[in-house]
Design a binder for this molecule. Structure first.
Ligand code: NAG
Ligand code: NAG
Length: 298
C-alpha cells in the first residue's frame, strides 16, 4: 500500500526532477522485461538485443502486456511494422482496463499487400462502449523503420501521437454529460494476430501464409505514468494519481491539458491529408452525431 506523504516544496522540485529524468528516459527507453511480460505464445517471441520481435504464423500470433496498471501519464513504444506482404494481419498497441465496463485506447495497424499502405485505426472505449473508429494513412512507410506511437492520458484529454504528432484527441466533455475514462487503472498491451476476415480492404484480401512468419519489431519501451498497485482500490488510485494541493503531476500541467497551437496545426494537417474514415462523419452509422464529435476541429 503506497502511502502518499504530505509533500513539501522540496518534493515538488523532486517531482520536477523526476519528470525531467523521465523525459530523458523517453530518449533512452526501458528494456522490455522491466515493464512488460509475454501474455501468450512465448515461442513466438524473438529477443535480439534491444529489439523484441513478435511473430505471426499459421499456428499462432503473440502478445504482451505491462506488469503493472497505470492511471494518467504517457505510454510510448517504437514499432517497425511487418515488412512486405502484411495483408490480413493486425498489430495492435493499446491501453485497457479490465471488466465489462472497461475503458480502452487503441492503435490497430492494419496490414496490406506488398507496396500498399498500412492503415492505422484508432478507437476509444468508455465504460465498455467503443464504436469510435478513426482510420488514417501514415505520411511515411511504417515498415522500413521504427516510429514512435504514444498515448497521452490525463483528466482533460486522451491524445494519440505518432512520432509526437497528434493524430487524435478525445476531450473530456463530462460537463456536457459525456462519460470520460478517468476512474479505472489501465494496462498497456500489444499483439499481432490474423484478422483477415476484416483487416485488409474490408476482408477481401486474405493472409497469404506462404509469406509467414509476419514479424513486428519493438524497441524503446517507455511508460511515464502513475503506477497503480493491484492492492489499492480503483478510487484510491484515481486520487493518488491526481494532483492536489500537496503535489503536482506533470500530466496535470496546463501545457498538456490541451493541444498547443503547433499541435493543433499538426492535427488539422493530419485530418485534412491523411484521415480516411471518421466515425464522427459517418451519418449512416450515427444519424445523430455523437456529442464528443461536435468538439472535433475539422
Ligand atoms: C503451417 O506452415 C508450415 C510451414 O510453412 C507448414 O509446414 C504447415 O503444414 C502449415 N500448417 C497448417 C495447419 O497449415
Ligand atoms: C490497402 O491498399 C489498398 C489499395 O491501395 C487501400 O485501398 C487500402 O485502404 C489499404 N489498407 C487496408 C488496410 O486495406
Amino acid at each position: 500500500m503506497a502511502v502518499v506523504p504530505v509533500l513539501s516544496k522540496a518534493s515538488v522540485s523532486l517531482g520536477l526532477f523526476v519528470g525531467l529524468a523521465l523525459l530523458v528516459g523517453l530518449v533512452m527507453g526501458a528494456r522490455f522485461d522491466e515493464l512488460y511480460q509475454p501474455s501468450w505464445a512465448m515461442d513466438h517471441f524473438v529477443y535480439e538485443g534491444e529489439v523484441l520481435k513478435l511473430k505471426l504464423d499459421n499456428s499462432s500470433g503473440a502478445g504482451f502486456g505491462s506488469k503493472s496498471k497505470y492511471m494518467f501519464g504517457k505510454v510510448t513504444i517504437q514499432i517497425k511494422l511487418v515488412e512486405g506482404d502484411s495483408a490480413g494481419t493486425v498489430t495492435a498497441f493499446y491501453m485497457s482496463s479490465d471488466g465489462p465496463n472497461h475503458n480502452e485506447f487503441d492503435f490497430e495497424f492494419l496490414g496490406n499487400t506488398t507496396g500498399e499502405p498500412y492503415l492505422v485505426q484508432t478507437n476509444v472505449y468508455v465504460n465498455g462502449v467503443g464504436n469510435r473508429e478513426q482510420r488514417l494513412g501514415l505520411w511515411f512507410d511504417p515498415t522500413t523503420d521504427f516510429h514512435s506511437y504514444s498515448v497521452l492520458w490525463n483528466q482533460r484529454q486522451v491524445v494519440f501521437l505518432v512520432d509526437e504528432t497528434p493524430i487524435r484527441v478525445h476531450t473530456n466533455l463530462e460537463h456536457r454529460g459525456v462519460p470520460y475514462p478517468k476512474d479505472q487503472p489501465m494496462g498497456v498491451y500489444s499483439s499481432i494476430w490474423n484478422a483477415d476476415d476484416w483487416a485488409t480492404q474490408g476482408g477481401r484480401v486474405k493472409t497469404d501464409w506462404t509469406h509467414a512468419p509476419f514479424v513486428a519489431s519493438y524497441r524503446n519501451f517507455e511508460i511515464n505514468a502513475c503506477e497503480c498497485p493491484a492492492t489499492v482500490a480503483a478510487a484510491d488510485n484515481a486520487k493518488r494519481c491526481s494532483s492536489s494541493a500537496e503535489r503536482r503531476y506533470w500530466w496535470d500541467e496546463p501545457m498538456v491539458s490541451e493541444l498547443n497551437l503547433h499541435q493543433n496545426h499538426q492535427l488539422k494537417w493530419v485530418r485534412a491529408n491523411h484521415m480516411i474514415y471518421d466515425y464522427c462523419k459517418d451519418t449512416a452509422r450515427f444519424p445523430v452525431i455523437p456529442v464528443e464529435c461536435e468538439h472535433h476541429r475539422h
